[in-house]
Structures are given as structure tokens and as C-alpha cells.
Design a protein around this ligand. Structure first.
Ligand SMILES: NC(=O)c1ccc[n+]([C@@H]2O[C@H](COP(=O)([O-])OP(=O)(O)OC[C@H]3O[C@@H](n4cnc5c(N)ncnc54)[C@H](OP(=O)(O)O)[C@@H]3O)[C@@H](O)[C@H]2O)c1
Length: 336
């Protein structure tokens, strides 16, 4: 059994994490950390069957923990990560604070200097299916963003199999409202979102450089890409529709075969049969990725559509998958 604590348990990803961890046979949930101590989980998350209450972060909690999940906003997470890491504890950070490999990128994207730049080189990017070997030895795990997870699963096989070019990739992505977290803002009110879809952060979303970084690191190819996120009038789910230039036009069946081969040992990834396309509802509440493929022969374009649940494979589910890899548990424990 390992002793697990969660910081930011009152938020969306914290709640999902707790739901998953209460059914994990190798985990003892020790501490639920919040800025406000004494909140009962039965009050904050009535649908989670767990009898506990929140505590403020303290040295005693750190000593009493083997692995901490940080479900905190970016720029808040780094200092908590440091406190656990320097005492030899494993850290799984769901925020963006350790996803960039260099501090200049972090400052450019997040607008502040990274407080612990030397830790960036210690962090392992937790796209589980692509970094499994590195994750096994990780003590500081940077869990990927939700849009990058959906996008990279769609893009990487085409680049790594030489089917499409790294230039001119277009990612048309859509997310349910829970992707924005619990913060109060007029644009996230029910009356602003219901019955309306809108694009936001076009050409300047913080996840674009994260996607570019990972394409370069995983494939060795520097991409040129456009990324347009949209907010959907639904609670959860991400759909990334990716358009890529084909190097030569091949049949749809050949692309499907290449994707199936690529993901053949991956229990969470399903490549759909010809003509089938995924929907966000198909993966809701699961750690699954579903991928649909079409070839537009006239335009010479490969279209790959992937869906995930932003709160599960895009956050808490992948975080538990990473913990399972780090601690040598069966990878799908508590995620089936
Ligand atoms: N939502 C998603 O789909 C998603 C997907 C991938 C990654 N992420 C990342 O995961 C992290 C958590 O996301 P979330 O959606 O769970 O966020 P959230 O619902 O807003 O919850 C964040 C929690 O962090 C705690 N917190 C500590 N310091 C805070 C501060 N200064 N301001 C606000 N909250 C503070 C709060 O708990 P207390 O008030 O109890 O202290 C809050 O409940 C973020 O970094 C996010 O970018 C989210």
C-alpha cells in the first residue's frame, strides 16, 4: 500500500481523482489538502463515497505521504511540488508548472519566471503511452494538458509512420466547460454557455506550445501548426479534429492499419473502423481515447478525430495511470 495525498481536492480534477483512488486496492488515501481546513468530503463532493475532511498543507502531511497529486492552478503548484520533492516524495502535478523543459518557454507562456527552473529537467512528461519507460523512474511527473493529450494521440502516429507532414497541421479542438476549472467568470456562467459554442484564445492558447514541444521531442520534427480551441455547451469531453497534409495519398484502410498497428498494445486507445467517427459521450467517465480517421483524397488531407474525457484521460485518469507505472502496479488498476 502507498500513502497518497491530494492537494486541490475541492476542484474538478481533485474530485475525479478521489473517485478513482477510493477504488484503488494499492492506495491508502492519507490527506486531502485545501486552503480551507475542516471541510467534509461528504459536503464538498456528496457523490464520492469517502469519509474524510480537508487539511491545510503542513510538514507532518508531507512526512506522512509517499505520493502527492497536485490539482492546483498553474503558478500555484510549483511551490507545493518543491516542498514534497525536496523531502524525497513522489509528485504528480496536474498543472502546467513542470510541462515545459525550459524556463524561457514557461516565462513566455505563463508570464512569470519559473520559481524552480532547475526542477524542470527532473520532470517527466506524463503522456503515459509515449513515455512509459521514463515514467517508471520518475519522482516528479508533469501530467499533460487535456488538449495536448487529445491532439498528440491523433497526430503522433501519422508523423511517426511517415504518412503526413509536420508542416501545416491544423487542430480544431473543442472542450466541455469543466476544462476551465471551478473559477467564477461571466463567460463560464450557464447562461453564457448554454446553447452557444465559441472559439477562444485563437492562435495564443497556452497548450499550443506544449503540443509543439512534444511533437518535436517525440518525433524529432519541428512542426508548424495552428490550434483553435472552442468552448462547447456541455459539461465534459474534448474532441480534437486534426487536419494534416499527406506526404502521398494512400487509401484510408492503409492509414487505419498503420494507426491500429501503432496502438495495438494500448488498452485505453481504440481506432475505429472505416466510416465510424467518435463522440465525446463515448468516452465520458473513462480513461479511453477513441480515434476516427478519414482521407480527403481531393485535398490530400488526412483528417484524424480523437476524443477523451478532459477530466479523466485529460487529467485525473492519466495521473493515476502514471502513478501505476511509477509504482509498478498494473497500469489499468482502478481505471477499468
Ligand atoms: N479541468 C480540466 O479539464 C483539467 C485538465 C487537465 C489539467 N487541468 C489542470 O489541473 C489543475 C486543476 O484543475 P481543476 O480543473 O481541478 O481546477 P479547479 O476546479 O479550479 O480546482 C483547483 C483547486 O485548487 C485549489 N487552489 C489552491 N490555490 C488556489 C488559488 N490560488 N486559486 C484557485 N484555486 C486554488 C482550490 O482548492 P481549495 O480552495 O480547496 O484550496 C481549487 O479547488 C489546473 O492546473 C488545471 O489547469 C485541468
Amino acid at each position: 500500500m502507498i500513502r497518497v495525498s491530494i492537494a486541490g481536492v475541492t476542484g474538478f480534477t481533485g474530485e475525479e481523482l478521489l473517485k478513482i483512488l477510493v477504488r484503488h486496492p494499492e492506495v491508502q488515501i492519507k490527506h486531502l489538502i485545501s486552503r480551507q481546513a475542516g471541510q467534509k468530503i461528504s459536503d464538498t463532493h456528496p457523490s464520492v463515497l469517502f469519509d474524510g475532511e480537508t487539511e491545510n498543507l503542513s510538514v507532518n502531511i508531507i512526512s506522512d505521504t509517499d505520493v502527492v497529486f497536485l490539482c492546483l492552478p498553474h503558478t500555484e503548484s510549483a511551490s507545493a511540488a518543491y516542498r514534497f520533492y525536496e523531502r524525497g516524495k513522489a509528485v504528480i502535478d496536474l498543472s502546467a508548472d513542470f510541462r515545459f523543459r525550459n524556463a524561457t518557454n514557461y516565462r513566455n507562456v505563463y508570464g512569470v519566471a519559473h520559481p524552480y527552473p532547475r526542477l524542470l529537467s527532473k520532470a517527466v512528461y506524463g503522456l503515459s503511452e509515449f513515455y512509459r519507460e521514463k515514467i517508471k523512474g520518475a519522482k516528479l511527473l508533469a501530467n499533460p494538458g487535456c488538449y495536448p493529450t487529445a491532439s498528440l494521440f491523433a497526430i503522433l502516429p501519422a508523423l511517426m509512420s511517415g504518412i503526413s507532414s509536420e508542416n501545416g497541421i491544423v487542430i480544431d479542438a473543442k472542450s466541455g466547460i469543466s476544462g476551465a476549472g471551478k473559477k467564477l467568470a461571466e463567460e463560464y456562467l450557464f447562461s453564457s454557455v448554454y446553447g452557444s459554442t465559441r472559439a477562444y484564445s485563437v492562435g495564443c492558447h497556452r497548450h499550443q506550445p506544449e503540443i509543439e514541444q512534444e511533437i518535436l521531442l517525440i518525433t524529432g520534427k519541428k512542426p508548424t501548426l495552428s490550434f483553435v480551441p472552442h468552448l462547447l455547451p456541455q459539461e465534459r469531453g474534448i474532441m480534437a479534429t486534426v487536419y494534416m497534409r499527406m506526404k502521398e495519398i494512400i487509401r484510408e484502410e492503409a492509414v487505419l492499419t498503420a494507426y491500429r498497428k501503432f496502438y495495438k498494445n494500448e488498452r485505453f486507445v481504440k481506432v475505429l473502423p472505416p466510416g465510424s467517427m467518435p463522440a465525446t459521450g463515448d468516452v465520458s467517465g473513462t480513461n479511453n481515447v477513441r480515434i476516427g480517421i478519414a482521407v480527403d483524397r481531393r485535398a490530400g488531407t488526412l483528417i484524424v478525430i480523437s476524443v477523451i474525457d478532459n477530466l479523466i484521460k485529460g487529467a485525473s485518469g492519466q495521473a493515476v495511470q502514471n502513478m501505476n507505472i511509477m509504482f509498478g502496479f498494473e497500469e489499468s488498476t482502478a481505471l477499468k
